[in-house]
Design a protein around this ligand. Structure first.
Ligand code: SAM
Ligand code: SF4
Ligand code: SF4
Length: 334
């Protein structure tokens, strides 16, 4: 079977970006992501093994996937993750390897990430206030995360901060985080809250949308300038003149950037998602464990890429069993 060297979906969108969740476990309990008691973790044998993930990546790399983001759960909770990252950084065709992490265990791995060519680290940090951090994450790890942030900046790695903006919870942190961009080359990304909270019963109907976030930024910085973003960027990006870093808003709940969506996701349990809002379109783990050859796997993957929903709204409508979006982001990876 001749593999396409660049996968394109049924809407003509090239797909070159894989977000891979390597675990569903986490050492924080952010309330927008999971309930206080946590989620029911999958038994270990239900997680994809490193060998299975490597096999998949090698196959996808032949089809044009050239960018990978490692996510989770908290990726660094998976044992020997750094060695696995080394392996995939060496796969032919993988040009960019990034990671999203909560920063609790991350600092010790910075030198190895730099050595293997990891391009950027996204650090999730929703507040600069220690007490609020504890309320949001339900854990007392603020100091470690701030230490990691400083180490990342000092290391010269490109550092993005992900802040989930939550009405009535941390909107007062929008400007303090923006101020970080003044003297350091960090990129702050403000993300609309989505309902992926593991039935943590948050009402996302009244969450702040991208307009409210932008208006807060422009009130503080009337001369803020919009930047030209990369074609597949999910964020609309800005810079305050004279600041070293940038500000970006991700309208993740509004979903206004689906027309150029180049990404697929593989969950920790080995399910393919062709949109963040679907609830899985292909059980790749089952196929692999039933002995599927690469050719059969490729055929199944191509079938899924050829029936992608056109946007997040269609994907949500098509969810199996009409189930509402309630799963924890920890099982998906964001
Ligand atoms: N544990 C790592 C971390 O927090 O960076 C990686 C996984 S986490 C699920 C990936 C991203 O998803 C984080 O930046 C987090 O803030 C974001 N996220 C989680 N739940 C969300 C929600 N309900 N709405 C918007 N973003 C969410
Ligand atoms: Fe853990 Fe990340 Fe979810 Fe927070 S957002 S609970 S750090 S997986
Ligand atoms: Fe892509 Fe779905 Fe996100 Fe839209 S909502 S950008 S289609 S993953």
């Amino acid at each position: 079977m001749q593999l396409p060297s660049q996968i394109t979906d049924n809407h003509g969108r090239p797909i070159n970006y894989l977000r891979l969740a390597v675990t569903d476990r986490c050492n924080l309990r952010c309330f927008y992501c999971m309930p206080e008691e946590g989620i029911k973790y999958l038994p270990k044998k239900h997680l994809l093994s490193y060998e299975e993930m490597e096999r998949l990546i090698r196959l996808l790399a032949k089809m044009g996937i050239n960018k990978i983001r490692i996510t989770g759960g908290e990726p660094f909770l998976r044992r020997d993750l750094i060695d696995f990252m080394q392996t995939i950084s060496e796969i032919d065709g993988i040009q960019e390897l990034n990671i999203t992490t909560n920063g609790v265990l991350t600092e010790q791995y910075i030198p190895r990430m730099i050595a293997m060519g990891v391009k950027a680290v996204n650090l999730s940090l929703d507040t600069l206030d220690k007490e609020r951090f504890k309320t949001i994450t339900r854990r007392d790890e603020f100091d470690k995360v701030m230490h990691c942030l400083n180490a990342l900046i000092e290391s010269g790695m490109r550092t993005k901060i992900n802040m989930v903006v939550m009405a009535g919870q941390n909107t007062e942190d929008i400007i303090p985080l923006a101020k970080l961009t003044e003297n350091a080359p960090v990129d702050v990304r403000y993300i609309e809250e989505m309902p992926f909270n593991g039935e943590g019963l948050r009402n996302t109907e009244f969450t702040w949308n991208y307009r409210q976030i932008l208006s807060t930024l422009t009130q503080q910085y009337p001369d803020i300038e919009q930047l030209v973003s990369k074609p597949n960027s999910t964020s609309t990006n800005y810079q305050v003149p004279g600041h070293q870093g940038t500000l970006g808003i991700i309208a993740a709940f509004t979903r206004n950037f689906c027309g150029s969506c180049n990404r697929i996701r593989i969950t920790a349990q080995g399910t393919l998602k062709t949109c963040l809002y679907d609830n899985g379109v292909l059980d790749i783990k089952q196929l692999m464990r039933a002995g599927a050859k690469d050719e059969e796997l490729a055929k199944a993957l191509l079938g899924a890429f050829n029936s992608r929903a056109k946007d997040g709204y269609e994907a949500e409508k098509r969810r199996k069993n009409n189930s509402p979006v309630t799963e924890s982001m920890s099982t998906i990876g964001g």
